[in-house]
Design a protein around this ligand. Structure first.
Ligand SMILES: *Cc1c(COP(=O)(O)O)cnc(C)c1O
Length: 372
């Protein structure tokens, strides 16, 4: 048994994928598994996504796509972020679809390989990747030349800036710009293939943005894009973070706890030592704000969160070395959630789960691929 582990519930993940796919019945679903499946483990999560019926998988970089292929995955797969020098020949060999975000990048792709299929990205207002303004016309023209040479255009897509604020005017503006960009493509004689714009937030709140495919990341892991975003989609958080207490001790009132004595006990109490710290990606900024879950009770994390460890105040609860403490979980029993840790850390749940690492072991439950 590991001393600190992130437990990934693949049944919950598959259920989330099915729930989300049902929200956009007219569109295909891409499960986004970039950044080691948001910290949940690339190979088992990707397999679970396919089992749950995800039509596509999506990752950011080509290296991630090739790593996924190395696990044996063979289904439709798109990647979208490449600095010059990316191995586009390998992409073609492994049947990974790549995205061109400019005419220049399309040139790099074509020079590196006779790619059979390509998708185009338009910047409709995020101000990040994708062809912006006049660059789109250049990319369309370059794509028209490439398709005349036998390259197949399979998709055109963009990404929202404020999807998690459904009433933000940028959503309408980006959607309108996306439709224009598709029209421009068609006017140049190109069939756009799959048109896609929606992330989790737009999938959950904005049917007009579903088009032919939706790209769901955070929601497949059971976490809301923003806790303030109104929605009624039943999702179950997939990851629980747990550890076994490395030490338990009774201390008197007035005892300083951890570096800098930011916490001093106000009564005699039991302290439990949790072997997880910022070396595992838990934010030190959550010091003095976060809670954990022990034996059916919420208990405060007290004192400075250190590199390897943190301390929980167990009060008068009976506790022994090796007992399991949960830092976050689905929340249905009353335990803190990743969203709550995000709030305590001054960040978003995406970062809480994706940032975990260090000495934490990832474990997967209900993984049929392993039990076979
Ligand atoms: C990460 C990412 C997504 C998924 O976003 P979520 O908010 O996690 O659903 C979709 N599309 C692109 C291009 C991304 O980079």
């Amino acid at each position: 048994m590991p001393q600190a582990w992130a437990e990934v519930d693949l049944d919950a993940y598959r259920e989330n994928v099915r729930t989300l796919a049902a929200l956009a019945p007219g569109a295909q679903l891409m499960a986004v598994v970039k950044a080691n499946a948001y910290g949940h483990g690339l190979a088992p999560v990707a397999r679970a996504a396919r089992e749950a019926g995800a039509d596509w998988l999506g990752v950011a970089t080509l290296d991630e796509a090739l790593a996924l292929r190395a696990t044996g995955d063979e289904g439709p797969l798109l990647c979208w972020l490449a600095a010059p020098g990316a191995d586009f020949a390998a992409a073609a060999r492994h049947d990974v679809e790549v995205t061109a975000s400019s005419a220049e990048q399309l040139g790099e792709i074509l020079a590196a390989s006779q790619v059979p299929r390509i998708q185009l990205k338009v910047d409709t207002g995020l101000g990040r990747n994708g062809a912006f303004g006049d660059q789109w016309s250049d990319l369309v023209a370059a794509a028209a030349r490439a398709t005349a040479d036998g390259v197949r255009l399979t998709g055109v897509w963009s990404h929202l800036a404020c999807g998690d604020e459904p009433d933000h005017p940028a959503n309408d503006a980006q959607e309108a710009r996306f439709r224009e960009a598709v029209d421009e493509l068609r006017a140049a004689g190109l069939e756009p293939g799959l048109r896609h714009l929606a992330n989790s937030a737009a999938l959950m709140t904005r049917p007009s943005a579903h088009f032919d495919l939706v790209r769901a990341g955070i929601a497949t892991y059971g976490l809301p894009p923003d806790p303030a975003m109104p929605h009624d989609v039943p999702l179950t958080p997939v990851m629980s973070l747990r550890a076994r207490l490395a030490a338990v001790k009774r201390v008197p009132a007035g005892q300083g706890v951890s570096y800098g004595y930011r916490h001093v006990t106000d009564r005699e109490t039991t302290l439990g030592l949790v072997p997880i710290g910022y070396g595992e990606g838990v934010h030190r900024a959550a010091t003095g704000r976060a809670h954990a879950w022990f034996d059916g009770h919420r208990v405060p994390v007290v004192g400075t969160i250190c590199m390897d460890q943190m301390v929980v105040d167990l009060g008068d609860l009976p506790a022994g070395r090796g007992d399991v403490v949960t830092l976050f979980g689905p929340g249905d029993a009353g335990e803190p959630t990743a969203v709550e840790w995000a709030e305590a850390s001054g960040t978003i749940a995406y970062e809480v789960v994706t940032g975990l690492g260090g000495r934490i072991q990832l474990t997967h439950t209900a993984d049929p691929g392993r039990s076979r």
